[in-house]
Ligand binder design. Structure first.
Ligand code: NAD
Length: 977
C-alpha cells in the first residue's frame, strides 16, 4: 500500500514538476526582457571561474571607492586582460562602444550605474518607505513578502541598537497597513542584535540578545507581524535554536508570532529536525518552520578546512536535495503541530511538497512557498497558478552596506551546485531536473594528508558544542580544587625540593595562589647541566624514529589532558578559554610536527653524486640545550623549543618563566610520563635573572633556545658569545624576541572584516602576544569613520574574569605589567589624544586588569610608538598614502608581524614585497600563527630568523656535517647506488 502511494506520489511529482517548469521557462522569457542586462551579466559571470571571482571581488570593493580615479584604477587592476572585457550588449547599454569615450568619469559612472542596476535586481527596496511600496506592488500581484533589513556586520552595541531601531520602524510602517495576523512577515538575524553573539557563552549571549529581542517581538506582535529568525552559520545553529526554545518557554505567547528556519544542507539536519519535532510536540501553538537549503555552503567548507573540523554540510547537491525532501515530508506530516514554509527555488523540491499536499488531500493553504526576491521571478507565476500562497524573501536597504548579502546571493546563483543555474540559464532537460535525488558518497574531510606528510594540526575545541563547554567547566572546577600544589625541581630523573618556595598567582585574583614552586640556585643549575651532559651521548645516538616516538607519546598525553591543561592556563596566566585551548593545540602540533620532520631530517642527505665519490650531509646533535621560555604561551613555546631540541638528539634543561611555572611543570610531567630517559629532560624553576646567566655561560651548554623580551634576548646573545673560549664551541643561540607590530588599513579595506580583526589582534589575550598589533596606521580618507567604528566596537569588547567563557580579554600577567600600562596611558594623555579607554574599575580591585586603550596624535618620537608595551594599548597614526603607511610601518627596530587590510591588488603586492616583517598577514588578524601553515618568527631586533613551526627550524638545533668518501681504488670504483 505504502509502496503504491510512493509510486503514485512520484508520478505526481513528475507531472507537477513538468507543469511548473513549463510555466517557469515561459515566465523566464518575460523576466529576461525586463532584466536583460542583469541576466547577461550573470551569464557573463558564469562564463569562467576566474572572471566570476574577479567580478565578485570588484562588486565587494566597489562601495569603498570614493573617486572616479579610484574606480578606474580598480577596474584596471581587477580586469587587466582583454578576456575579461564586458559583454558587447552591456557595453552598448553603457555607451562604451568607442574606447575614445572611456574617460575616467564615464567609466566610473557607468560602473556605478551597472552596480546599482544589479543591486536593484536582488535588493527589493532602498528604504523602509520604498519597502512598503514594493510590498504593496507585490501584494497586488498576489505575492506576500518577508522583509529582511540589510546592514553591516554588527561590531558594537551601538550598531545592534541601530538594527533594533530599524526593525521597530519597519514594524510600525507595516503595522499601519492593518493586514491582520500572520499576513505580514519579516526576517531577522539574532547575531545582528549582539556584537558578542558567541556559542561559547550561551547564557551571556542569551541575556544580551533577549534584551533586544523580547521588546522587538512584543512590538511585532502588537502590529500582528510575524517574525522569522533566520538561520546563519552552522556554528550559530544550536545557539539560535536554544535561544528560541528558551524564549518560547519564558514567553509562550510568542510562539504564534515567531518562526524558525532550518537548513537542509547540514549533514545532521535530520537529527536537528527530529529534536525540533519532539520539542514542537510540547508547544501550546503550532511551530512555524521555513525549510531552506542554506546559503553559507562555501563559507562552511572553508571554515572547516581552516579549523580541521568535519565539514558540516553535504558536499553533494543530491544529498542536500534528498535531505530537503525528507525533511519537508517530515514537517508536512507533522501538521498541524508544524506549519511549513517551503523556501526553495528547486522545482523538484517544490513539486515534491505540492505532490505531498495533493496526495494527502490537504488544504493548499496549510503550506506556504517562499522564494528570494529577484531570483524567484520565473517561478512566481508557476507556483501561484497552482493555487498556493507565495512569499518573497525581500532584502531591503542601502545597496552599499547590503553588498555582503548581494555577493552571497550572486555566489549561490552561479555556484556549480545551484539549481537555478541549471534550470533557467542553461537548458537542462526536464527529466534531468526532476529526477529523484539519490544518495552518493560524501567526502567527510578536506584534510587528506598524503603518506609522506602525516602531520595534521590539532583541531581547536568547538565551543558551540555543549559537551565541550561542560567538559571545560568541569576541568576548571577540578583544577581549582588542586590549587596550591608544590612543584619541585627535576634533575637527573629525580624530584628535588628547595628550602624556599616561590608563588604562582592567579592574575585575575591576585590573592589566589595557584601553585608554589621550588627555587633553584646555581648549584641546582650546575647539577642539571651535568645530568643533561651525561645523558647526551646515549640520547644523541638513539635512533631518530625512537626519539620521535617518545615525542608522539607526549603529544598523546597532552591531547588526553587538553581540558585540564587549558583550564590551568586560565588560572595561571589569565587566558580566556579559546586562547588557552589554542596554546595546548599548538603544543601538541609542535610535538607531532618536529617528530615527523626529525625522522626525515635525520636521514643522510646526498649532495652531489660523482661516479667515484659519495657526498652527503648528516645532522649532528649539538649537546645540552637550555630552553628558556616566556609565560605568554606557557605550554606551546616551551614545548616547541624543547621538542625541537629533543627530536634533534639534544638533552634539555627546561627553564619556564617565573609567572608560568605550573604550566612548565605540566610539560615536564608529560615528558616523564612519555618515558624520556633519565637526564634527557631536567626542570629548573626559579629566578631567570639568577639561573639564566649560569646556564647561558656554562661551558657544557651548547645551545640556548630562548623566547622572551628583547632586553633578555640580546643579553643572552652577548653572554653566550663572551663564553666561547671557555666552552670550546661557538654556542648556538636561538633568540626570538618582541615586536611593535603595525596594521595598515587602506582606503579600500572592508571595515566589517578589519574592525573585528584589529580588535582581536590588539586586545586578544590583553595584547600580551609578541605578534599583537600595537600600532594602527590609517589612510587619511577613511581614518575618521574607521576610528569611530573601531572605538564603538572596542566598547563592546568584553573584559572580565577569564574563567567566564564570554570574556574576550582577561587580566595582565602581573603588577609590573599593570604599572607599565598605566604609565603609558598617562603619557598618552599628556602628549597625545586618548580616543578610547575602557572601564575595568571593579576588576582592578581583584586582579591585574587594565582597560583596553586606543590613543593617537602622538609626537613622532613618542616612546609609545616605538617601545613594546606588551599590553592592550593601540596607537593610531594617520597618513596620506599607502607608501607613507608602509614607510611608517617599517620605522621600527622590530620586524615580527604586520598586517594590511586592502582590496586593492597593487597595494597587496606592494605590502608583500616591502612590508619588512617576519610574518605578514593580509586581510586577517595578525596573531595566531599555525604550526607548519605559518612558520613563525621575526628579524631585525625581533629575532634571529629561525622560523618556529617551519621545516627549517630543526636545522637550528644541529651541526651539519659533510661526509665525502672517495670510493675509487686504483682506478676501479663500485657503481653508486
Ligand atoms: P622575559 O624576557 O622577561 O623572560 C623570558 C625568559 O627569560 C623567562 O624564562 C625568564 O625567567 C628568563 N630570564 C629573565 N632574565 C634572564 C636572564 N638575565 N638571562 C636568561 N634568562 C632570563 O620575557 P617574558 O616577559 O617572559 O615574555 C614576554 C616577551 O617575550 C615579550 O617581549 C614578547 O614579545 C616576547 N615573546 C616573543 C615571542 C616570539 O616568538 N618572538 C613569543 C612570545 C613572547
Amino acid at each position: 500500500m505504502a509502496k503504491e502511494k510512493g509510486s503514485n506520489r512520484e508520478a505526481l511529482i513528475q507531472k507537477i514538476g513538468e507543469e511548473l517548469l513549463r510555466e517557469a521557462r515561459n515566465a523566464e522569457k518575460s523576466v529576461e526582457s525586463s532584466h536583460r542586462w542583469e541576466i547577461k551579466l550573470l551569464e557573463w559571470c558564469m562564463s569562467n571561474d576566474e572572471l566570476k571571482t574577479q567580478i565578485f571581488r570588484f562588486i565587494d570593493v566597489f562601495p569603498s571607492l570614493k573617486s572616479d580615479r579610484e574606480v578606474v584604477q580598480h577596474i584596471k587592476e581587477y580586469f587587466p586582460s582583454d578576456g575579461m572585457r564586458l559583454p558587447k550588449e552591456i557595453r552598448i547599454g553603457l555607451a562604451l562602444t568607442r574606447t575614445a569615450l572611456l574617460t575616467a568619469p564615464i567609466l566610473s559612472k557607468s560602473s556605478e550605474f551597472l552596480y546599482k542596476r544589479m543591486a536593484k535586481f536582488f535588493i527589493g527596496a532602498g528604504s523602509i518607505e520604498e519597502a512598503i511600496q514594493k510590498t504593496e506592488e507585490l501584494e497586488n500581484r498576489g505575492v506576500m513578502t518577508s522583509i529582511d533589513l540589510l546592514g553591516e556586520l554588527t561590531t558594537s552595541d551601538a550598531e545592534a541598537g541601530a538594527y533594533e531601531a530599524e526593525y521597530r520602524k519597519l514594524f510600525k510602517a507595516l503595522g499601519a497597513r492593518k493586514k491582520g495576523p500572520l499576513y505580514q512577515n519579516v526576517s531577522l538575524k539574532l547575531s545582528a542584535l549582539d556584537p558578542n553573539f558567541d556559542p561559547i557563552d550561551p547564557n551571556g549571549t542569551q541575556s544580551r540578545v533577549f534584551k533586544r529581542l523580547i521588546p522587538l517581538i512584543e512590538a511585532a506582535a502588537l502590529e500582528q507581524i510575524f517574525v522569522y529568525i533566520d538561520m546563519e552559520h552552522f556554528a550559530f545553529r544550536d545557539l539560535t535554536l536554544r535561544l528560541i526554545r528558551n524564549l518560547f518557554e519564558a514567553r509562550p505567547d510568542f510562539i504564534s508570532s515567531m518562526g524558525i528556519v532550518l537548513q537542509a544542507y547540514l549533514a545532521d539536519a535530520r537529527q536537528t529536525a527530529d529534536s525540533v519535532l519532539n520539542w514542537a510536540g510540547h508547544l501550546s501553538h503550532p511551530l512555524t518552520i521555513r525549510l531552506v537549503r542554506g546559503a553559507y555552503w562555501d563559507t562552511e567548507i572553508m571554515k572547516a578546512e581552516e579549523l580541521g573540523w568535519p565539514i558540516p554540510v553535504f558536499l553533494n547537491k543530491a544529498e542536500t536535495d534528498q535531505a530537503y525532501e525528507e525533511l519537508a515530508e517530515l514537517f508536512l506530516a507533522a501538521f498541524p503541530k508544524i506549519r511549513l514554509a517551503v523556501g526553495t527555488h528547486n522545482i523538484r523540491s517544490v513539486a515534491h511538497a505540492m505532490a505531498y499536499i495533493e496526495t494527502e488531500g490537504r488544504d493548499k493553504n496549510t503550506v506556504e512557498f517562499q522564494l528570494l526576491y529577484g531570483l524567484g521571478a520565473p517561478l512566481e507565476a508557476a507556483i501561484r497558478a497552482r493555487g498556493y500562497s507565495l512569499r518573497l524573501y525581500t532584502p531591503v536597504g542601502d545597496p552599499l552596506p547590503g553588498m555582503a548579502y548581494l555577493v552571497r546571493r550572486l555566489l549561490e546563483n552561479v555556484s556549480q551546485q545551484s539549481f537555478l543555474r541549471q534550470s533557467f540559464w542553461e537548458s537542462a532537460s526536464a527529466e534531468q531536473l526532476l529526477k529523484a535525488p539519490s544518495k552518493t558518497n560524501t567526502v567527510k574531510s578536506l584534510q587528506t594528508p598524503s603518506d609522506e606528510v602525516k602531520f595534521k594540526n590539532e583541531p581547536a575545541l568547538d565551543f558551540s558544542r555543549e559537551d565541550v563547554r561542560l567538559s571545560f567547566e568541569h576541568a576548571l572546577k577540578k583544577m581549582r580544587a588542586e590549587f596550591g600544589q608544590k612543584i619541585p625541581l627535576f634533575i637527573n630523573g629525580k624530584e628535588k625540593n628547595t628550602a624556599g618556595y616561590g608563588l604562582s598567582l592567579n592574575p585575575a585574583h591576585a590573592s589566589q595562589v595557584v601553585a608554589e614552586f621550588a627555587c633553584a640556585d646555581k648549584v641546582d643549575a650546575e647539577a642539571a647541566v651535568r645530568a643533561a651532559d651525561e645523558a647526551f651521548p646515549e640520547w644523541s645516538h638513539t635512533d631518530a624514529k625512537e626519539r620521535a616516538g617518545l615525542l608522539r607519546k607526549a603529544a598523546d598525553i597532552l591531547r588526553h589532558r587538553r581540558f585540564e591543561l587549558a583550564a590551568l592556563e586560565v588560572f595561571e596566566v589569565g587566558k580566556p578559554w579559546r586562547e588557552a585551548d589554542g596554546d595546548v593545540c599548538e603544543a601538541i602540533d609542535y610535538l607531532e610536527y618536529y617528530a615527523a620532520e626529525a625522522v626525515k631530517f635525520f636521514e643522510k642527505h646526498p649532495t652531489e653524486k660523482l661516479i667515484h665519490e659519495s657526498n652527503f650531509t648528516r645532522p649532528e646533535s649539538r649537546g645540552v640545550s637550555a630552553v628558556i621560555a616566556p609565560w605568554n604561551f606557557p605550554l606551546a613555546i616551551i614545548t616547541g623549543m624543547s621538542a625541537a631540541a629533543l627530536a634533534s638528539g639534544n638533552t634539555v634543561i627546561l627553564k619556564p618563566a617565573e609567572q608560568s611555572i605550573l604550566m612548565g611543570w605540566q610539560l615536564l610531567r608529560t615528558y616523564r610520563e612519555a618515558g624520556f630517559p633519565q637526564g634527557t629532560v631536567n626542570f629548573l624553576s626559579g629566578s631567570g635573572a639568577e639561573l639564566g646567566p649560569v646556564l647561558v655561560e656554562h661551558p657544557r651548554v651548547a645551545l640556548i633556545a630562548f623566547t622572551g623580551s628583547r632586553e633578555v634576548g640580546l643579553e643572552i646573545i652577548k653572554r653566550a658569545a663572551s663564553a666561547v673560549e671557555r666552552s670550546g664551541c661557538v654556542k648556538k643561540v636561538i633568540s626570538e624576541m618582541g615586536g611593535k607590530n603595525a596594521i595598515v588599513i587602506d582606503a579600500s579595506a572592508d571595515f566589517d572584516q578589519s574592525i573585528p580583526a584589529v580588535l582581536e589582534s590588539a586586545f586578544g589575550y590583553s595584547g600580551q602576544k609578541c605578534s599583537a598589533a600595537s600600532r594602527l596606521i590609517l589612510l587619511e580618507s577613511i581614518a575618521r569613520p574607521f576610528l569611530k567604528r573601531l572605538c564603538e566596537a572596542a566598547a563592546s569588547f568584553i573584559v572580565g574574569d577569564p574563567t567566564h567563557p564570554g570574556s574576550h580579554m582577561g587580566p595582565l600577567i602581573d603588577s609590573d605589567a599593570t604599572k607599565r600600562l598605566r604609565l603609558a596611558y598617562e603619557e598618552a594623555k599628556k602628549t597625545g589624544t586618548v580616543f578610547y579607554r575602557g572601564d575595568v574599575h571593579t576588576l582592578e580591585e581583584q586582579g591585574y586588569f587594565v582597560p583596553p586603550t586606543i590613543a593617537g596624535n602622538l609626537p613622532l618620537h613618542s616612546p609609545l610608538l616605538s617601545k613594546e608595551l606588551f599590553g592592550p594599548f593601540l596607537t593610531v597614526s594617520i597618513v596620506r598614502s599607502f607608501d607613507e603607511a608602509l614607510k611608517m610601518a617599517n620605522q621600527s627596530e622590530y620586524a615580527l608581524t604586520g598586517g594590511v587590510f586592502s582590496r586593492t591588488p597593487s597595494h597587496i603586492d606592494k605590502a608583500a614585497k616591502h612590508f619588512a616583517v617576519g610574518n605578514l598577514y593580509i586581510n586577517r588578524k595578525i596573531t595566531g600563527a599555525i604550526v607548519r601553515r605559518q612558520p613563525f618568527g621575526g628579524y631585525k631586533l625581533s629575532g634571529g630568523g629561525s622560523k618556529a613551526g617551519g621545516e627549517d627550524y630543526l636545522r637550528e638545533f644541529v651541526f651539519m656535517r659533510t661526509i665525502t668518501e672517495n670510493r675509487m681504488r686504483h682506478g676501479f670504483s663500485p657503481l653508486q647506488t
